[in-house]
Design a protein around this ligand. Structure first.
Ligand code: NAD
Ligand code: IPM
Ligand code: MN
Length: 358
């Protein structure tokens, strides 16, 4: 069986962390014969430089034909002044929209060896295990924008169908976990949030009555994520709130460099990327934390390629590398990106021999 992965490394540390993830996937493939093949394409700022377009048509066609897409990060100061419609970030939004990736799944767990790396007190974070399901193809990210000399607008719109489908994704996840779903909105102010709350309440009531559903306002949620993060199981929220809250989640885990994500729709390939950006401040120095990208590759193996044993082996290897304190600087360690990657691969061989070959 052959499984084709398109690699969109992007900009800044994107190429450094995706190279790490590809190296680890190669190592797994050698042991488990997953039949992986890879093709790299320019994306984001790199594609602007090469093709004057952050997401050229030939890259979109390659993505459509892939089994899964591994992405680094896009953007950087070099492209800060290009027109909004062709910024690196616009390419990323188009990728999500063209592939119908409406659900962005961002899990947060706190590794026991990293309790001290978190800014929060140990007793608050010991049992944190939550997943944010961020709506990814609607809301203010995709509304009409206007700009004059003296005024700018960004429209925020949601349809009932858009809220229904992401609610089902989140509720299905909650059903397979601890059965608690927290929906986050700003229903005391925004009409889109009132619609959001109504739809979530109806879908969960009709289709997932066994779940415990709560609604929280986003400002309070920002506080609860640092005061009682252990109380949450699955959180579902709209695009912009999900973007902001998940960087906060990453800080709880100890570093933005740790958190993976999967962006999925109903059909076609998913996109797997760490939630961090291109980190221009550390790019090119070989010090970026590759664990978020590597854990995104594990999500790719589980969700798009459906090889859960391989995903588990990879997650176990990262877990062990962290337990053994092979940590990059963002986590207070001294390991380079290459050393952290090698540490995962070294632990992978042990893990992989103990699991059944897929
Ligand atoms: P950022 O996430 O790139 O960096 C924020 C801070 O976290 C920086 O200090 C950075 O050094 C650190 N950091 C991030 N990832 C790290 C890693 N793997 N290892 C160690 N440290 C890490 O956010 P920013 O600086 O606000 O944005 C920079 C650019 O990235 C912008 O152009 C933004 O649009 C883009 N961005 C892209 C994506 C994406 O492509 N998915 C996501 C977020 C931001
Ligand atoms: C993310 C990023 C993107 C977003 C940007 C780069 C468009 O911050 O993936 O979290 O806001 O969705
Ligand atoms: Mn973000």
């Amino acid at each position: 069986m052959s499984r084709h992965i398109v690699v969109l490394a992007g900009d800044g540390i994107g190429p450094e962390v995706t190279a790490a993830a590809v190296e680890v996937l190669h190592a797994l493939d050698v042991r488990l014969h997953l039949g992986l093949s890879f093709a790299a394409h320019a994306f984001g700022g790199a594609a602007i430089d090469a093709y004057a377009d952050p997401f050229p048509d030939h890259v979109l066609s390659a993505c459509r034909k892939a089994d899964a897409i591994l992405l680094g990060a896009v953007g950087g100061p070099q492209w800060a002044n290009v027109a909004t419609a062709i910024r690196p970030e616009a390419g990323l939004l188009r990728l999500r929209s063209e592939l119908g990736l409406y659900a962005n799944i961002r899990p947060l767990q706190v590794h026991p060896a990293l309790i001290d790396a978190s800014p929060l007190k140990a007793e608050r974070i010991r049992d944190v295990d939550l997943i944010v399901v961020r709506e990814l193809t609607g809301g203010i990210y995709f509304g009409t924008r206007t700009r004059s000399e003296t005024r700018a607008t960004d429209e925020c719109a949601y349809t009932v169908a858009e809220v229904e489908r992401v609610t089902r994704t989140a509720a299905t996840l909650a059903r397979s976990r601890r059965g608690k779903l927290t929906s986050v909105d700003k229903a005391n102010v925004l009409e889109t949030s009132r619609l959001w709350r109504e739809v979530v309440t109806r879908v969960v009531g009709d289709e997932f009555p066994e779940l415990k559903l709560e609604h929280l306002l986003v400002d309070a949620m920002a506080m609860y994520l640092v005061s009682r993060p252990g109380d949450f199981d699955v959180i579902v929220t709209e695009n912009l709130f999900g973007d902001v809250l998940t960087d906060e989640c990453a800080a709880v885990s100890g570093s933005l460099g740790l958190m993976p994500s999967a962006s999925v729709g109903d059909v076609g390939p998913g996109v797997y990327e760490p939630i961090h950006g291109s980190a221009p401040d550390i790019a090119g120095r070989g010090v970026a934390n590759p664990y978020g990208a590597i854990l995104s590759a594990a999500m790719l193996l589980r969700q798009s390629l459906q090889v859960p044993a391989a995903a588990l082996a990879l997650e176990a290897a990262v877990h062990r590398a962290i337990t053994d304190r092979i940590l990059t600087r963002d986590l207070g360690g001294t390991a380079s990106t290459a050393e952290a990657t090698a540490a995962v691969i070294a632990r992978l061989s042990v893990a992989a021999t103990t699991i059944p070959v897929a």
